[in-house]
Design a protein around this ligand. Structure first.
Ligand code: PLP
Length: 276
């Protein structure tokens, strides 16, 4: 649960490298609801490494307790150290220099930090998805039913798609589904996420898989000839926890509830539920 999503495949390689370098802590960077930062915090704890997260938030929230919604709850439960920066500071200084600043501080304290880039997307992390495409191709070979012509996957920092592209001979299909911008949603996108959940039980996330699926279906409707007859493997990259951050926007789309109607004279039947 706590490692869920696509980042764990990159971390498999990055964390091994951190351990091989004798690190005693890792530093990484991301948005306030970064799935990558949450997975890194958990993986670090499993390996008994300290974790330092630099999280980007709005100017209005940067001086305040970031709370416990979604990924933050997991990060804070596993004891990650959180440094907040504003979007403006992040834009001006950049993730590399920010991580470097923290690395210098930790080195001065006698620590041995290992820096993992945004999203875990560097040449080493990308091996996670070179491995993933190998596993998929093995599954195709072993199955008579499982076949695909195209892979569609949401792209953020790009490590996932780079691994798929490097490890396969698939040509790439590109579509823009970014919408309003990182971690911002239109009401149509969230309505789409709610509709997919209600129709299929599949929970898409608001930042990546929700937008990618929305964009894919829109493209299918606009350019049917391009997709006709092709078998598409859509890779669900995770991200459930990030959806909690959108609870307010989703409240009017979520299922209903009611107070159970009980007549006063329903007699008790003791079964298994004797706890109360
Ligand atoms: C990070 C992330 C992606 C994008 O993966 P990249 O390798 O960064 O491009 C897609 N979906 C989810 C849920 C993610 O957390």
């Amino acid at each position: 649960m706590q490692l869920s999503g696509n980042k764990v495949r990159k971390l498999e390689f990055l964390m091994a490298d951190a351990v091989a370098h004798g690190a005693d802590c890792v530093i990484t960077v991301g948005g306030i609801q970064s799935n990558h930062c949450r997975a890194t915090a958990v993986a670090a704890k499993y390996l008994n490494l300290d974790c330092y997260l630099i999280l980007r938030t709005s100017k209005l929230l940067v001086e305040k307790d970031p709370g416990l919604v979604g990924n933050l709850l997991v990060e804070r439960l596993v004891g990650a150290h959180i440094d907040l920066v504003s979007k403006e500071e992040y834009g001006k200084i950049g993730s590399v220099a920010l991580a470097d600043l923290l690395k210098k501080k930790l080195l001065e304290e006698g620590r041995k930090p290992y820096v993992i880039p945004v999203g875990g997307s560097n040449s080493l992390g990308t091996w996670g998805y070179i491995e993933a495409i190998r596993e998929l191709e093995q599954q195709v070979q072993q199955s008579t039913e499982f076949k695909f012509d195209d892979i569609v996957v949401a792209c953020g920092s790009g490590g996932t798609i780079a691994g798929f592209a490097l490890g396969s001979r698939l040509s790439s299909l590109k579509a823009k589904a970014k919408g309003l911008g990182y971690a911002m949603n239109t009401s149509e996108e969230l309505k789409f996420v709610a509709d997919v959940a209600a129709a299929t039980g599949v929970i898409l996330d608001p930042v990546y898989s929700g937008k990618a699926t929305y964009g894919m279906l829109k493209d299918m409707a606009a350019n049917p000839a391009k997709w006709k007859g092709r078998k598409v493997l859509f890779v669900h990259t995770g991200g459930l926890l990030g959806l909690y951050d959108k609870a307010d926007q989703l409240s009017s789309l979520a299922g209903s509830w009611r107070r159970m109607e009980l007549e006063e004279s329903v007699p008790r039947k003791d079964g298994t539920g004797k706890m109360f």
